[in-house]
Design a binder for this molecule. Structure first.
Ligand code: SF4
Ligand code: SF4
Ligand code: SF4
Ligand code: FES
Length: 906
């Protein structure tokens, strides 16, 4: 249980140790310079009445409720805007102050619908609280004067409503949208009595620039901005502190419940990654957990053309275990394997990789992170010695220059983007390297100093060109390089020529640049890969790759294997197992027969869908564990229902190596935790694996993984979260890595020759397709499509430059055919001049458009392409009178084996 209402000290903390001593109502208090009198009073245990102040926002001084008296100072200054000074003596209570405060409250109340008993915020309204605090007993002005009581409600946003009749014009919402979120969607329009809150240019919220982060709702002291779930279900009565299950930012939330029902998610101020902020997904899009599409009972069938039938857990688990063993007995121990999920907890991933290595007896375990995390993990391990980002998000507050390459934080990592934008508004310089003009290039009060609109697939060349300039123009931090790095001379010679040849990845190029300029190992600098899914970092840390045991230790290391073999009673193989693409190839040639897929929709998320589905269809046993019958489940023989984050008990690790607790808000709706299922499959296979609870799993991880030795649920309960390494040397974790020395000793300059992608535009496929994600949707959309988030993105759209569209006779909103050499699909087009000519873009959130039907294996890092997805495509208007050429370009090729992929849009 966590506190339902977190303390609000009125104004933000100021950095630094306490240096200013003062007295408040006779209490001595010492606070850092720049602290407000209001905050100092709160720290001394004295609450000053307030309405327009809250500690997530800079003070504003508009409500005049927080007036105080200060010895030797004339008048009654507002304590929220008054900074402390040494020796001050402040009085927060006097007859005069009480009279003034009551007068302020009378004015507010005279223009307020007095419907407290039926108001959704009853019991959680600061106006109501303050009326009590100041002892309001009468309203001398009456209630008949001019008022705003008939102002119409705006219910356009799917998640919250705006009832201006309750607004006290405190501006907290406006300031939250600007200061915290950085969107600046709200203003106070009009003057004097007519002043009112307006979204955009007096638009409904849904049509304004509002991105539905909810910061304004959280900041509103009344019920003016209110979650619709609170209106429908009532105020929550208890809360559980847990972690968002969407992206790699890893925001901490209070799941607030009434009875057993989750009413709302409120970002926790104590959250190490988010400090009280959130995005639309984490705050509002949790309804999928109770969506009727959830499968709660195991399903089985003999073959994939049959209907599913329900089964008991015992029957399903018994069948899976026995069938895996039969396949091994008939075809050899290496014919089965597993894929772990980056959406599940560390503990669940750990148990599945143990099941594969110890019960299956091979290393055929891989993870969906292969297509997103591998290059960053590999690149940073080669250069710095650790497969992870170098510092915490907070470090960005000290950054002078930010280079964003291959990332789109406002859509993919929104809460981190808000932090970046805050620093950029303070004056930091931004360089964006991206084919598209992503939102960060120009957003309110932020403009990139440089936008390098490179061609997709050429980012290594761009990074090498930057390195060339650093080396040839004498910009190298020679002392840093000499003291802390190796391989510089060879690398400098290489980048001085900057030639193109065979090679490596952009991440190493960025790491080299950071080392060459001395920008590693302290606050405000570093290299930070943003992680796509919530637990990509953790699933890789937990030994999900076929060549690595937990903690990124190679399976060929006998001393590491010995640790696990002794504990597990196993004989781990010294050779790496199959990667996902190898599993698919082996399935097609008959040498791989059975696969356990934990919470991952490979049929939708992996490139070249036809190849993937052909491989899945060839398996003798496909077991899928997930919340919903996803695209992959269409090829499964057994479906094991998974648990949502509200039911899980464990930890996620975010993009800054921060281990956050995921606490169960309710018991598993399926009747079983996912880690229990893996243990029971192993048991049926004759391998004894069991745990009492998830803290025991974490204890085992800590006991066997050097970077985790200090981690335990007890520690996380005590301190909130820790960033690994967390061990005897760093008992409370490590915010900044590579201080003083790199994990690998000396930082290693690795040569990064640019390899042009083999995927080229041709006469037949003259455009380049690149793909990405959008704020309101998540990954393949399985969760977010089952929430009201579809209001913002009901379908995948193809963005195309107006020139390319004009050449093809395409107009905004037209249905178009997108085709590549492996497949084709149809979707609607949007003319977007943020695209460069020759490049088109789409998201892959909706299976109906199936964007990955057209992407090729070349877009997978495993085949050495950079992480940008690059596919040569043609776009044509989809119409009944298509030209011969358009029809030909849109036809499936031989490689598709006749799979019909030309679909009309639903
Ligand atoms: S929900 Fe977020 S983006 Fe929308 S108005 Fe409120 S603070 Fe601004
Ligand atoms: S909507 Fe709420 S936060 Fe915004 S000005 Fe009105 S009362 Fe204040
Ligand atoms: S930024 Fe990411 S972790 Fe935070 S609320 Fe949004 S989706 Fe969840
Ligand atoms: S709280 Fe200080 S003026 Fe409103």
């Amino acid at each position: 249980m966590s506190l339902l209402k977190e303390p609000d000290l009125g104004t933000p903390a100021r950095p630094g140790a306490a240096t200013v001593d003062l007295e408040i109502d006779g209490q001595r208090v010492s606070v850092p310079e720049g602290t407000s009198v209001m905050r100092a009073a709160a720290l001394a245990g004295v609450d000053v009445p307030k309405l327009c102040a809250t500690d997530s926002l800079e003070s504003f001084g508009s409500c005049r409720l927080c007036l105080v008296e200060v010895d030797g100072v004339k008048g009654t200054p507002a304590s929220c805007t008054l900074p402390v000074s040494a020796g001050m003596s402040v009085h927060t209570q006097s007859d005069k102050l009480a009279r003034l405060r009551r007068g302020v409250m009378e004015l507010y109340i005279s223009d307020h619908p007095l419907d407290c008993l039926t108001c959704p915020a009853n019991g959680d309204c600061e106006l109501q609280d303050m009326a009590g605090v100041v002892g309001l007993r009468e309203v001398r002005y009456g209630y008949d004067g001019a008022n705003h009581l008939d102002a119409p409600k705006d219910t356009s946003n799917p998640y919250f409503e705006f009832d201006p009749s309750k607004c006290i014009a405190c501006s907290r919402c406006v300031r939250a949208c600007g200061e915290v979120q950085g969107t600046f969607a709200l203003t106070i329009s009009g003057r004097g009595f007519a002043s009112h809150v307006s979204a955009g240019a007096e638009e409904p919220f849904l049509e304004s620039e509002c991105v539905s982060c909810g910061a304004c709702v959280q900041a509103c002291p009344t019920s003016t901005l209110q979650e619709k779930s609170v209106v429908d279900l009532g105020m929550p009565t208890r809360s559980v502190l847990t972690t968002c299950a969407y992206c790699g930012v890893g925001c901490s939330f209070k799941a607030e419940l009434r009875g057993d029902e989750v009413v709302r998610m409120v970002p926790a101020k104590t959250g190490g990654a988010n400090e009280g902020h959130s995005c639309v997904k984490g705050r509002f899009a949790f309804g999928y957990a109770s969506h009727p599409d959830r499968v709660l009972t195991p399903l089985m069938r003999e073959s994939i053309d049959q209907e599913w039938r329900e089964a008991s857990w015992d029957e399903a688990i018994g069948f899976v275990g026995r069938r895996f063993r039969e396949l091994q007995a008939a075809h050899g121990p290496g014919v089965i394997g597993g894929i772990t999920s980056s959406r599940t907890t560390n503990e669940e991933v750990y148990v599945v990789q143990r099941m594969v290595r110890a019960a299956f007896g091979n290393n055929n375990v891989d993870t969906c992170a292969r297509v997103c995390h591998s290059p960053t993990g590999y690149g940073l391990k080669q250069t710095f010695g650790t497969s992870a980002g170098t510092q915490d998000f907070r470090s960005v507050d000290d950054a002078d220059v930010m280079v964003v390459i291959g990332a789109n934080p406002t859509d993919g990592h929104p809460v981190f983007a808000s932090r970046m934008k805050r620093r950029l508004r303070e004056g930091a310089t931004l360089i964006v390297i991206d084919p598209r003009r992503i939102d960060l290039v120009r957003t309110p009060h932020v403009e990139a100093a440089q936008h390098l609109q490179l061609a997709p697939g050429t980012n290594v060349a761009v990074v090498n060109a930057m390195a060339h300039t650093v080396v040839t123009e004498g910009l190298v931090d020679a002392d840093f390089v000499a003291e802390r790095c190796e391989g510089y001379v060879e690398w400098a010679e290489f980048v001085a020529r900057a030639e193109n040849s065979q090679g490596s990845t952009m991440v190493m190029g960025m790491a080299n640049l950071a080392m060459a300029t001395g920008n590693i190992g302290r606050r405000g600098v570093g290299v930070n890969p943003l992680r796509g899914q919530n637990n990509v970092q953790g699933s890789c840390d937990m030994g999900s790759f076929p060549h690595e045991l937990p903690g990124y230790r190679h399976v060929s290391d006998a001393s590491v294997r010995a640790v696990y073999d002794e504990l597990w009673g196993s004989t781990i193989l010294a050779e790496p197992g199959l990667r996902i693409p190898n599993m698919f190839d082996a399935a097609l040639d008959g040498s791989f027969r059975g696969l356990f897929v934990q919470g991952e929709d490979v049929a939708q998320s992996d490139p070249n869908t036809q190849h993937v589905t052909a491989a899945l269809s060839a398996l003798d046993l496909l077991v899928v564990q997930d919340l919903f019958l996803n695209e992959t489940a269409k090829y499964a023989h057994v479906f094991l229902p998974g648990t949502s984050f509200l039911e899980k008990d464990g930890t996620f690790t975010n993009a800054e190596r921060r281990i956050n607790r995921v606490r169960p808000v309710m018991p598993p709706r399926t009747g079983k935790h996912e880690w229990q299922v893996a243990c029971e499959i192993a048991q049926v296979m004759g391998y004894d694996m069991s745990y009492d609870d998830t803290s025991q799993i974490m204890d085992e991880i800590a006991a066997t993984t050097p970077t985790f030795t200090g981690v335990s649920f007890d520690l996380l309960d005590k301190v909130g979260s820790v960033q690994w390494p967390c061990n005897a040397e760093h008992p409370l974790g490590t915010e900044i890595m590579h201080e003083g020395t790199f994990t690998r000793g000396r930082g290693h300059f690795v040569q990064t020759p640019y390899v042009a992608t083999t995927e080229r535009s041709t006469r037949r496929y003259p455009l380049i397709l690149t793909t990405g994600r959008i704020l309101s949707q998540y990954n393949v959309g399985a969760q977010t499509r089952r929430t009201a988030n579809v209001a913002w993105h009901p379908e995948d759209i193809l963005e195309i430059h107006p020139h390319d569209a004009e050449d093809r006779g395409i107009e905004d909103g037209d249905l178009v055919t997108l085709s590549s050499r492996v497949g084709a699909t149809t979707l609607h087009a949007r003319l977007a001049d943020r695209m460069p000519v020759g490049v088109v873009y789409t998201t892959f959130h909706h299976p109906v458009s199936g964007a990955n039907v057209v992407t090729t294996e070349n877009s997978d890092w495993a085949t050495n392409c950079p992480e940008y997805k690059v596919t040569a495509v043609q776009v044509a208007r989809a119409r009944s009178t298509a030209t011969d050429e358009e029809v030909e370009a849109a036809q499936p090729t031989d490689a598709q084996s006749g799979v019909g992929v030309l679909r009309s849009h639903a």
